[in-house]
Write a protein that binds this ligand. Structure first.
Ligand code: NDP
Length: 249
């Protein structure tokens, strides 16, 4: 496996914690050079030091990816810096959960702008270069919430179902250009994601549910992503649905 991604350039969004951070490190271990994006500069710079030790020549990109111009900018900056972009991991996301009747639509709009529109904007920006080189891989992070819609998750599930639908449409538009598309759908992963849920009862219930099982770790998801992007050129892993063994739905 080591050096499988030698000479590959990757951009990982939402790399300042959780799945994105673990993915940036895993891709670097396989030899990729890695650009990392998120809002928290200090967290990115601390990760960049680890990536540098792995020889990944990291590029730090501080950006609010809920802004589509920023999502496009980080792709173009990566291309300018490294000469191209081979692997785009659209991972940045938030999860705001609350009953639909009580939903703060401003928050839900920001969630849609990040989880869906930011991902679409980054993808769109990456396509021109990938098409010109007839080479590229786009990995979109959805969720089991992109397959099963639970109560109090109407907005979040809408974003993650959206990511699944977008990914399938994208794949069918770009497969002839030799561009691969993978959508990853993890169940419960032990990260900071649940900390931002504002609705106390929903947060408590979800934390209790997650604590009742052996959750996935960010590294488990990072390894699945690394598997997808390190297959030979003729192999396209379109979808990875992965749950903790203890998770039913
Ligand atoms: P984390 O909260 O640890 O990571 C979220 C990442 O997204 C952080 O790096 C955060 O960085 C970044 N982010 C949030 N808002 C913005 C923004 N406006 N602009 C740029 N970056 C932003 O959670 P996870 O690692 O769990 O989440 C990663 C992805 O995995 C998400 O898409 C999530 O929906 C998905 N997922 C998670 C599951 C879980 O159980 N944890 C299950 C299934 C899917 P910063 O705050 O520095 O901007």
């Amino acid at each position: 496996m080591q050096n499988r991604l030698k000479d590959r350039i990757a951009l990982v969004t939402g790399a300042s914690s959780g799945i994105g951070e673990a993915t940036a490190l895993e891709l670097a271990r396989l030899g990729a050079r890695v650009a990392i994006a998120a809002r928290r500069r200090e967290r990115l710079e601390s990760l960049a030091r680890q990536l540098a030790e792995l020889g990944a020549e990291p590029l730090v990109l501080v950006a609010d990816l809920g802004d589509e111009a920023e999502a496009q900018r980080i792709v173009h900056e990566t291309e300018r810096h490294f000469g191209r972009l081979d692997i785009l991991v659209n991972n940045a996301g938030v999860m705001y959960l609350e009953p639909i009747a009580e939903a703060d639509l401003g928050r839900w709009r920001r969630m849609l702008e990040l989880n869906v529109l930011g991902l679409i904007a980054a993808t769109q920006a990456a396509l021109a270069g990938m098409r010109a080189r007839r080479d590229g891989h786009i990995v979109n992070i959805s969720s089991t919430a992109g397959r099963i819609a639970n109560p109090n998750a109407g907005g979040y599930a809408a974003t993650k179902f959206g990511v699944v639908a977008f990914s399938e449409s994208l794949r069918r538009e770009v497969y002839k250009d030799n561009i691969r598309v993978s959508v990853i759908e993890p169940g419960a992963v032990a990260t900071e994601l649940r900390e931002h849920i504002g609705h106390a009862a929903t947060k408590d219930a979800l934390n209790a549910w997650a604590d009742s099982m052996r959750q996935l770790q960010s590294q488990d998801v990072a390894e699945a992503i690394a598997f997808c992007v390190s297959r030979p050129a003729h192999v396209s892993i379109n979808e990875v649905l992965m749950r903790p063994t203890d998770q039913e739905r």
